[in-house]
Design a protein. Structure first.
Length: 233
């Protein structure tokens, strides 16, 4: 038992150390953006502090595509695929308004499509890492080839991946392609724009021209978000 507990604590420490290396946000030209998608743990703190219940919780569960959009009882941001999600999993089963309210509560906002495109595909840092070149625009958020993202095949994740485990991409950002779609600020009537694709899709949905409009009140296992921030005074 003691050996088991020590091993478990060691694994927790290793995981914590790995995630600690992922910065909270990246400062770019004229704005900042979260380095990773908002996590279940962060969203849990938000709803607990405000005594909120998401639409998926109130209405009996979020959606999954299975020959059509199917409501899955009990699937919520805490249980994205019917089982408890890891604290560092990306949050999903949240609507556009719920994502926007979270960002506002922490002093941010949803990124615009123009900001998201710049951050995802054009390297803007003074001193890029991972072989990226300042000023260069790439085909995918991880470079000119899609390898390293959490997609429908060719990787080690069956569904969502915890933050910081996929390949670090353009501007030092994680999961701008794959993992979960991300809500953007852009609206078109009752629809809102999403970007980046998800673990359910292939590489083409992670490219710049593949953003998708979705009903703003929609929530599903494939859709999450990250926040952007205006420059400080």
């Amino acid at each position: 038992m003691r050996l088991f507990m020590m091993s478990a604590l060691l694994m927790m420490a290793i995981c914590a150390a790995g995630h600690a290396q992922v910065p909270d946000r990246v400062e770019l030209d004229g704005f900042a953006i979260d380095a990773h998608e908002v996590t279940i743990a962060a969203f849990e703190r938000h709803v607990a502090a405000r005594n909120l219940r998401t639409a998926a919780e109130r209405e009996g569960g979020g959606f999954e595509f299975a020959g059509g959009w199917t409501r899955r009882p009990g699937w919520t941001f805490r249980r994205p695929s019917g089982q408890a999600g890891a604290p560092n999993d990306p949050v999903s089963h949240v609507s556009w308004a719920e994502a926007r309210e979270y960002c506002t509560a922490i002093g941010g906002r949803l990124p615009s499509a123009a900001e998201w495109r710049r951050a995802a595909y054009t390297e803007m840092r003074e001193m890029p890492t991972d072989g990226f070149e300042r000023g260069r625009t790439y085909a995918y958020p991880v470079g000119n080839a899609p390898a390293g993202m959490n997609l429908s095949s060719g990787d080690r994740w069956e569904r969502q991946s915890q933050i910081g485990l996929t390949r670090r991409g353009v501007n030092g950002l994680y999961d701008m392609g794959g993992n979960v779609w991300e809500w953007l600020a852009d609206r078109r009537g009752t629809e809102a724009l999403t970007a980046g694709g998800s673990w359910w899709y292939g590489p083409s949905q992670t490219q710049s021209e593949s953003m998708q409009w979705k009903a703003a009140d929609f929530y599903a296992v494939y859709v999450g978000f990250r926040c952007a921030y205006d420059p400080g005074p």
